[in-house]
Ligand binder design. Structure first.
Ligand code: XMP
Ligand code: MG
Length: 188
């Protein structure tokens, strides 16, 4: 189902070709930079990272391990995206188990696309009375925005093309790729 060509810079999943776009090294370097900024803002605040599953799990793991101050993590599962485009509907599981009251909360996202996920979710989170609430996303596609949401921390701002790898999937495949790959446009 998924195979690497000899060059290893193209992967093919279900007949779609993806080309390497952001290397593991580039991602690692950028996370180190973001971690410095987050440290400046949150070092003494024991922040709570709220990781949106599934896509953000790899980013969250690397980001948190590059922070050397006290912090905490909770997880929530969002389902919104099927195939290559949004279904226009987002559902969250186990929201009622969140414990955000009085905490400095940083939502960790894999990618902000139309903004629908955050637009649906942020007001719900506010009901749980966090002290502060911000968003940190690995990827941002500003050109695709439909709902006005502004993530405070963005690792990479990218063009509006479908990407996979480093936690992001196409139909459940590709999450384990160490690099981020972009769909080759002629496949549309
Ligand atoms: P919205 O439109 O709600 O999208 O801002 C956020 C969610 O949609 C998924 N998404 C993608 N997943 N490659 C993916 O693998 C992409 O290019 C992509 N664009 C959006 C993702 O789950 C994100 O949390
Ligand atoms: Mg996905």
């Amino acid at each position: 189902m998924m195979h690497f060509t000899e060059k290893r810079d193209i992967v093919t999943i279900k007949d779609l070709d993806f080309v390497i776009y952001l290397s593991a090294r580039e991602i690692e370097n950028r996370i180190r930079e973001i971690a410095v900024t987050i440290a400046q803002d949150y070092e003494d605040k024991n922040p709570l990272f709220l990781v949106i599953l599934n896509g953000a799990f790899v980013f969250a793991a690397d980001l948190m391990r590059s922070l050397d101050f006290a912090c905490d993590v909770q997880f929530i599962k969002a389902s919104s995206y099927k195939g290559l485009s949004s279904t226009g509907k987002v559902t969250f599981s186990s929201v009622e188990e969140l414990k955000l009251a009085g905490r400095h909360v940083i939502v960790i996202e894999d990618i902000v696309d139309s903004g629908l996920t955050l637009h649906s979710f942020m007001p719900t989170l506010m009901d749980y009375k966090p002290l502060t609430l911000e968003v940190c996303t690995l990827l941002d596609k500003p050109e695709a925005r439909v709902f006005e949401v502004g993530p405070k921390y963005v690792a990479f701002s990218i063009s509006d093309h479908f990407v996979i790898g480093y936690g992001l999937d196409f139909d459940g495949a590709g999450r384990n790729l160490p690099h981020i790959y972009q769909l080759i446009p002629q496949n549309y």
